[in-house]
Structures are given as structure tokens and as C-alpha cells.
Design a protein around this ligand. Structure first.
Ligand code: HEM
Length: 456
């Protein structure tokens, strides 16, 4: 009996110790979370209420972040803050604010945030007039431009390897959107759970493996006397040894830079072209006006060249309106403040992730006459001459602006005019009117649609 009483008292004191420890740990964790989420600066931008541990993540639909940002913009103004777990983010909206940050204070906003998930990925024949989906053909054409530049490779239309590459790439883009990748970036410890990175980022891993094969092929056939492409030129720099390596010419960077150029240079341009043909289906009168200008300036025989652009204000305006209304990179790429800075009276500390809501610039009601309509006249003056309003920022602005802007503009003009010179794009009779809203996966792309390309 005495033994039982003794055991009972030991157990209850053990329980009370565990309870005390539990209470202590809970209070400590809540306190730590509070300290981490506390904003200790005066004049910090406003934002929604931050919840323990997850911050404001529930306020953002990570599959459609630009739509959430637009709602928060209406509520909190041009500059508002968010918290992904313990990381501070500031979202910039509207032409005036984005320009002030990216152009006037370019250096302050020029850093990029670090994404732990990348470490775990090792980054660290159509019959005429029949309905078809032009995504693959457009992707193939655009990818060939970038692939030739980087890897000296050109893929035939229908090539099985190429189909695989595009498929891997599409999967890898889809994997980056959504709540889970955000959470893993904020709580990188979760990446140490065996199998998690491989499972969540299977597509990205496969894409990088593919890039490795292309680079290995180069290394095997490399000849310093005959530089074939960007990869060869990079390998030549790497040969220079330690100093070159310290300047970033390492194998690790070669994989990342070429994968980056491939990713940044293919999806954006081909998606813009898919929007362009969708708008032509939906606005046949605009398509006819573009074709009339092509016939007048280029004719039906010779191929378009970049020189023609200056004499084709209407076509140029249509392409710009496709970029504005299509809004392909709605939330830009994240930046990070390089030092403490101020913006429109708000204080933003060094190391804050900055989201430039480019969608809010391209559809800024204070700038555009009809922000939510496809209206090429946004880029034409009273005499029908091409004009480019300053708020046209699909490539962002400042030090971090898109480095492929010139290439992309050439591709858009040449592909668009060449195809409209040869074909008229119409909606197949049995097809519903295509949707005009986008699907978000880092870029905003049209929902799949079918066209008939009628030879002219
Ligand atoms: C219509 C086509 C394109 C659009 C709309 C577009 C848009 C953008 C945007 C919004 C950014 C982020 C800039 C920032 O962080 O402020 C960006 C960055 C970038 N783009 Fe493009 N882009 C396009 C085509 C291309 C092409 C063809 C290439 C490659 C040749 C390319 C390469 C890059 C690279 C490497 C970056 C990262 C620059 C850096 O981190 O400093 N882009 N692009």
C-alpha cells in the first residue's frame, strides 16, 4: 500500500513537472513567435493582422497572389506589409510607387531574397484550318531561340526529347506556385524531413537533371578554338582557374545561369504570344487591322524584319497592349531591400522582401484610359502614331529589370507579324468562347484554347 502511495505521489509530481514544462515551453514559444513577428519600426507600412507562426499567409491565395494583392491594395493602400511566417514582405502597388522604388531608389531595392528550397534542388503536323492548340508549336519556336543561344541545340517540331523538356519545365513551374513551397521557404527545417524536397519538387529536380545532360554533352565535345554557344563561352571562362571561379564562373553557376535563362526566356515570351493569338480570336476587327498594316508595309511575300517595326504603329500598339492586358508576370520577381530605406514616408528595413505588383501598374486606373479592356489605342496618339506610356512596365524597371527585354521584343514582333502575314486565326465553330482570365504559375497564362489557322 505504501508502495502504491509512493508511486502515486511520484507520478503526480512527474505530471506536474511535465505540465510546468509544457506551460513554460508554450509561453516561451509564443513569446519567441511574438518577438519574431513584432514590427519594431515606426512608420512601417500597414497590413493585415499577423497570426501566430503563419503570419499573414492565410490572406494570400498563393495560386493567384495578384488577385489577393489587389484586394489588400484596396484596403491598405499602395504600400502594405505581409508576413510569411517570420519573414517580412512589403508589397508595392501602382505605377507611381513601383517606379519610385525601382527607378529612383533602384539600389535600395536591388537585392534578391534567398530561397532555401533551391539549395535542396541542387540549384544551389497540323492540317490547314483544323482546330488545334498552338501552345506546343509556339513554345517550340520560342524555346529554339533560347536553346540555340545557350546550348547550341535546336529541336525539331515534334521531337520527343523536346516534348519531355517542355513537360518537365511546365511541371517545375506549377510546383513553385501554391502554399507549400512558400511554407518550405519560410521553415526550411521542414526540407530536412527525408523525401520532402524530392516529393514536392520532383519536376524541378527532373528539369535540372535534363540541364545537366545538356551541359555534360558540351563538356565532352568542348573545343576552345570553336565556341558554339553561351555554355561553351562560360566553360572557356571557367578554364581560367581560381580567379574566374571567384568571379562566379563555376560549374554550379553554369547550371543555374543556363537553367535561369532557359526558364526566364521561354515561358514568358511564348505565353505572351498565346495571349496575342487569343486576343486576335476574340477581336477579329483588330486582327484585320493588323493584317492590313502588314500587307501595306511588308506585303505577302517577304519575311518581316525588325526594320519594319518603325513603320507599323498599329501592330506595335497591339503587341504592347497584349503585354499590358495579358499581364504575364503579374507579381514580378521578389526583390529585397539592400539597406534601410524610406518610401512615401514609410520605413522599410534592410532585408525585407519586396513584391512589385506589376499587375497593379499595368492596370493602374490613374494611368490607363480603359485598364480592364483590350484597347490598343492606349499606345496610339491622336495621329495614330505609336506612343509608350511610362507605366508600361511588363519587364519591370531599374537595376533588376528583365535582361531579355530586347530579345523578347524582337521575338514578339517577328513571330506575331510572320504568323498573321500567313494566317488568319479564327475560333472553331464548335468551340466555346475562350476564357479571358489567366492561370497563375509564376506567370499568368491563358487557359487552353483551340484555334483554326486559315491560310491567307
Ligand atoms: C515577354 C517576355 C518577357 C517578360 C514579360 C519578362 C519579364 C521579366 C520580369 C518582370 C522580370 C523581373 C524583373 C525584376 O525583378 O524587377 C524579369 C527578369 C528576368 N528576365 Fe525576363 N521577361 C521576358 C523575357 C525574357 C527573355 C527572352 C529572357 C532571356 C533571354 C529573360 C531573362 C530574364 C532574366 C535572366 C531575369 C532576371 C534578371 C535579374 O535577376 O537581374 N526574360 N523578366
Amino acid at each position: 500500500m505504501a508502495l502504491l502511495l509512493w508511486l502515486g505521489s511520484q507520478l503526480s509530481s512527474c505530471w506536474s513537472n511535465i505540465s510546468v514544462l509544457g506551460v513554460f515551453l508554450t509561453v516561451f514559444t509564443l513569446l519567441l513567435d511574438f518577438m519574431k513577428r513584432r514590427k519594431k519600426w515606426s512608420h512601417y507600412p500597414p497590413g493585415p493582422v499577423s497570426l501566430p507562426f503563419i503570419g499573414t499567409m492565410l490572406y494570400v491565395d498563393f495560386r493567384n497572389p495578384h488577385l489577393s494583392f489587389n484586394q489588400l491594395h484596396k484596403k491598405f493602400g499602395n504600400i502594405f506589409n505581409l508576413q510569411n511566417c517570420w519573414s517580412n514582405l512589403v508589397v508595392l502597388n501602382g505605377y507611381k510607387t513601383v517606379k519610385e522604388a525601382l527607378v529612383h531608389r533602384s539600389e535600395d531595392f536591388a537585392d534578391r531574397p534567398y530561397f532555401p528550397v533551391y539549395e535542396h534542388l541542387g540549384y544551389g503536323n497540323k492540317s490547314e484550318g483544323c482546330p488545334f492548340d498552338l501552345s506546343f508549336l509556339v513554345n517550340n519556336a520560342v524555346c529554339n531561340v533560347i536553346c540555340t543561344t545557350i546550348y547550341g541545340e535546336r529541336f525539331d517540331y515534334g521531337d520527343a526529347t523536346f516534348k519531355k523538356l517542355l513537360h518537365l519545365f511546365e511541371n517545375s513551374l506549377n510546383e513553385e506556385a501554391g502554399f507549400l513551397p512558400q511554407l518550405l521557404n519560410e521553415v526550411p527545417i521542414l526540407l530536412h524531413i527525408p523525401g520532402v524536397p524530392q516529393k514536392v519538387f520532383r519536376g524541378q529536380k527532373a528539369f535540372m537533371d535534363f540541364i545537366d545532360v545538356l551541359i555534360d554533352k558540351h563538356m565532352e565535345t568542348w573545343n576552345p578554338a570553336h565556341i558554339r554557344d553561351f555554355t561553351d563561352a562560360f566553360l572557356k571562362e571557367m578554364e581560367k582557374g581560381k580567379v574566374a571561379e571567384e568571379n562566379g564562373f563555376s560549374y554550379y553557376n553554369l547550371r543555374l545561369v543556363t537553367a535561369d535563362l532557359f526558364a526566364a526566356g521561354s515561358e514568358t515570351t511564348s505565353t505572351t504570344l498565346r495571349w496575342a493569338f487569343l486576343y486576335m480570336l476574340l477581336h477579329p476587327e483588330i486582327q484585320s487591322k493588323v493584317q492590313a498594316e502588314i500587307d501595306k508595309v511588308i506585303g505577302r511575300e517577304r519575311s518581316p524584319t525588325m526594320k519594319d517595326q518603325a513603320s507599323m504603329p498599329y501592330t506595335n500598339a497591339v503587341i504592347h497592349e497584349v503585354q499590358r492586358y495579358g499581364d504575364v508576370v503579374p507579381v514580378g520577381l521578389p526583390h529585397m531591400t539592400y539597406r534601410d530605406t524610406k518610401l512615401q514616408g514609410f520605413f522599410i528595413p534592410k532585408g525585407t522582401t519586396i513584391i512589385t505588383n506589376l499587375s497593379s501598374v499595368l492596370k493602374d486606373e490613374a494611368v490607363w484610359e480603359k485598364p480592364n479592356k483590350f484597347y490598343p489605342e492606349h499606345f496610339l496618339d491622336a495621329n495614330g502614331q505609336f506612343v509608350k506610356p511610362e507605366a508600361f512596365l511588363p519587364f519591370s524597371a531599374g537595376r533588376r529589370a528583365c535582361l531579355g527585354e530586347q530579345l523578347a521584343k524582337m521575338e514578339l514582333f517577328i513571330f506575331f507579324t510572320t504568323l498573321l502575314q500567313k494566317f488568319t486565326f479564327v475560333l472553331p465553330e464548335d468551340q466555346p468562347r475562350p476564357r479571358e482570365d489567366g492561370r497563375f504559375a509564376l506567370t499568368s497564362s491563358p487557359h487552353p484554347y483551340l484555334v483554326r489557322a486559315v491560310p491567307r
